[in-house]
Write a protein that binds this ligand. Structure first.
Ligand SMILES: Nc1ncnc2c1ncn2[C@@H]1O[C@H](COP(=O)(O)OP(=O)(O)OP(=O)(O)O)[C@@H](O)[C@H]1O
Length: 319
């Protein structure tokens, strides 16, 4: 069952089309990474999904509830960590979490939730007005977890956190997913998305540029993986290697061979072929990263529509 679904979702602000006919679905129990450069339309999509603003056209549903007409029902089963966390300065962390539990009509223990997100117990009874950004972020995540939601929507959950804090968020996301919670995780921090997501959707200039699982995206969009080997017993015959499935380029210089491989299997085949024929004394592998994928899909972190990169041979990416 799709926990979250959009159909041709469009949101305009005057002349600006922030979200332009976006359709995608998030399935039950998956962690869906939502990527895109600044201004791509991620927050607007999330605001429409949570019923904070109406779409100009198209529709969306969460947990079977229409986001426009049944936003109250869907919010009861959804935990949200918004992009800009607002705190009530005079309330303590404990009071914030207790209030979220009350609103959800749940019976969680506030201390258990605060401990899960790594907020220092010394801070639980201090006013949140004095919290650092990272502390407020942790507290907000604890409120999002109140009532054991079926869907967690996390908008840039790691902003303001140190590496330790980012690791804690990652752990919470993975624990929630293991528990069957569906997680919609919006972030610019690519390694974090890569570490927790089953699939990713990449927005660019209001459109969904691609939706796929991370491995498939990487395979289609990153540069070749490069294998650099020193062989034990030259000379190397480049023709034999170039014939291997998935090997796109071979360069030989004395006992050094550089192979460009389209797929992980091609990499394995190439090293095995070298070992069989001339022996491998040493080798290193340079993998294409998700960073490259992201750049290829969006035309760079700050790119607008005009500089975005597209591939004419990819049916999922409109040029
Ligand atoms: N309330 C608004 N009024 C007018 N334009 C808006 C409004 N909200 C968003 N926009 C515009 O819509 C586009 C998409 O913005 P949005 O905030 O959804 O992108 P984003 O992907 O979340 O970016 P970021 O990662 O920087 O938060 C931008 O061009 C933005 O300027």
């Amino acid at each position: 069952m799709s926990v979250l679904e959009t159909r041709n979702l469009t949101k305009r602000f005057g002349d600006v089309t922030a979200v332009d006919g976006v359709s995608f679905a998030v399935e039950e129990g998956e962690v869906f990474g939502f990527l895109g450069p600044n201004g791509a339309g991620k927050s607007t999509t999330i605001n429409v999904l949570l019923g904070y603003m109406s779409p100009t056209s198209g529709s969306a549903s969460i947990l079977g509830h229409d986001v426009e007409t049944e936003s109250r029902a869907l919010r009861a089963r959804t935990g949200v960590l918004p992009e800009n966390v607002g705190v009530y300065d005079r309330l303590t962390g404990r009071e914030h979490v207790a209030s979220a539990i009350r609103i959800k009509d749940a019976d969680d223990d506030p201390e258990r939730l605060l401990a899960r997100v790594g907020l220092d117990p010394d801070a639980w009874d201090r006013r949140a007005g004095g919290y650092s950004t990272g502390m407020a972020q942790r507290m907000a995540l604890a409120t999002a977890l109140a009532g054991d939601p079926d869907l967690l929507v996390l908008d840039e959950p790691q902003s303001g956190l140190d590496p330790n804090g980012m690791q804690e968020i990652r752990d919470v996301v993975l624990e929630e997913a293991a528990d069957g919670t569906t997680v919609f995780f919006s972030s610019h921090i690519l390694p974090e998305v890569e570490a927790v997501s089953d699939r990713v959707g990449v927005m660019r200039a209001g459109e969904m540029a691609a939706v796929d699982d991370i491995d498939a995206l990487r395979e289609r969009w990153t540069d070749d993986t490069v294998v650099r080997a020193t062989v034990a017993d030259p000379p190397v015959r480049p023709e034999a290697l170039a014939d291997l499935d998935g090997v796109s380029d071979v360069a030989v210089e004395g006992d050094r061979v550089t192979l460009s491989c389209r797929t992980p299997r091609a990499k394995g085949r190439a090293v095995a072929a070298l070992e069989r024929t001339v022996g491998v004394a040493d080798f290193e592998v340079e993998e294409g990263s998700l960073e490259d994928t992201f750049t290829a899909l969006t035309g760079g972190a700050d790119a607008g529509e005009t500089t975005a990169t597209t591939r004419a041979d990819d049916p999922e990416v409109s040029a």
